[in-house]
Design a protein around this ligand. Structure first.
Ligand SMILES: Nc1ncnc2c1ncn2[C@@H]1O[C@H](COP(=O)(O)OP(=O)(O)OP(=O)(O)O)[C@@H](O)[C@H]1O
Ligand SMILES: [Mg+2]
Length: 296
């Protein structure tokens, strides 16, 4: 069953799409089957993967959300083996309004993903830069959410709002929701501020921050204009190496935890099991509840 990860930050231009596309491509190099859901009307993940506008005007995530197409009909292959996408186009702007009166409006995406979840190892959802109904659908349908943070002065601006929204969704719509982690993006080795931001965020969020840091790398910004991921465009670039490292970390982080939990469950008596579960939940909830300072 796929792990469904929503890539979210309502702040614009922090690296959500770049992370979605290149993390997905990197996961395929580890033999994972990946589906990207482009949930942003800008359609950047779609165009970055070489999907042309005319190829997706009838088969896209908007059609799926309003019930005109099935997710299977809207899913397209990409040039990357093992990577598929449900593309988006500007029609998706209308979904924010049209969904309001529909039944199960917060669960439309979750219901669609459920139909194909057994065909993938990972489903990555690229969110728009807002906390509207589209992002609510993503957070309601995901197992976890991953937050890209740009290494700049205002890195934490708006983060408390995102964490509060995730906390509310966890309470009311998706009790299983957990934070996957924070990915630091556009790190500039020569810039003191970048180093400061990394250390501040690690102090605030501890092991919720991925070890892999994505450098500012011009190859990452060039790749989408060729309709390619960084793995195809320049697999030896520092950006490609960083995203491959991130993919490895993501896979490793979830695997041993699952194994340890399974082993513990087998060995423990019932009261001990309950204790372990409640500890795990508390530690995963902490970052959601915390109010970070507005600025670093
Ligand atoms: N590590 C990086 N190095 C250099 N450029 C980058 C890097 N990450 C992202 N960019 C560039 O920064 C811009 C914003 O990145 P991206 O589109 O991934 O952000 P986003 O959070 O998805 O934006 P939006 O909120 O508009 O959806 C793009 O032009 C992208 O090519
Ligand atoms: Mg984007």
């Amino acid at each position: 069953m796929a792990r469904v990860i929503c890539i979210a930050n309502q702040k614009g231009g922090v690296g959500k799409t770049t992370t979605t596309v290149n993390l997905a491509a990197s996961l395929t190099t580890l033999s994972k089957r990946v589906l990207i859901i482009d949930l942003d009307p800008q359609g950047n993940a779609s165009s970055g993967l070489g999907i042309k506008r005319h190829e997706n005007h009838e088969n896209n995530i908007y059609q799926v959300l309003i019930g005109e197409k099935t997710i299977q009909e809207a899913t397209q292959n990409t040039q990357v083996e093992g990577l598929k996408i449900v593309p988006a186009n500007p029609d998706l702007v209308g979904a924010e309004i049209e969904l309001v009166d529909m039944s199960q409006r917060e669960y439309r995406l979750k219901n669609a993903i459920a139909l194909v979840a057994n065909q993938y190892d990972f489903v990555l959802i690229d969110c728009p830069p807002s906390l509207g109904l589209l992002t609510v659908n993503a957070l309601s349908g995901a197992n976890t959410f991953l937050v890209p943070l740009q290494c700049e002065y205002y890195a934490l601006e708006g983060l408390s709002q995102l964490l509060n929204t995730a906390g509310l969704i966890k309470k009311s719509l998706n009790p299983e929701l957990k934070i996957e982690g924070i990915v630091l993006t556009m790190f500039d080795q020569r810039n003191n501020l970048s180093h400061q931001v990394v250390s501040e965020i690690r102090t605030h969020f501890g092991d919720k921050v991925f070890e892999s840091v994505i450098p500012r790398n011009v190859r990452l910004s060039e790749a989408p204009s060729h309709g390619q991921t960084i793995i195809e465009y320049d697999s030896k670039s520092p950006g490609a190496k960083a995203y491959k490292e991130l993919a490895r970390e993501l896979v490793e982080r979830s695997a041993p935890k699952q194994r340890t939990q399974n082993q513990q469950v087998q060995q423990q008596s019932a009261p001990q099991q309950a204790q372990t579960q409640s500890n795990t939940e508390t530690s995963l909830e902490t970052p959601i509840a915390r109010e970070p300072e507005a600025n670093v």
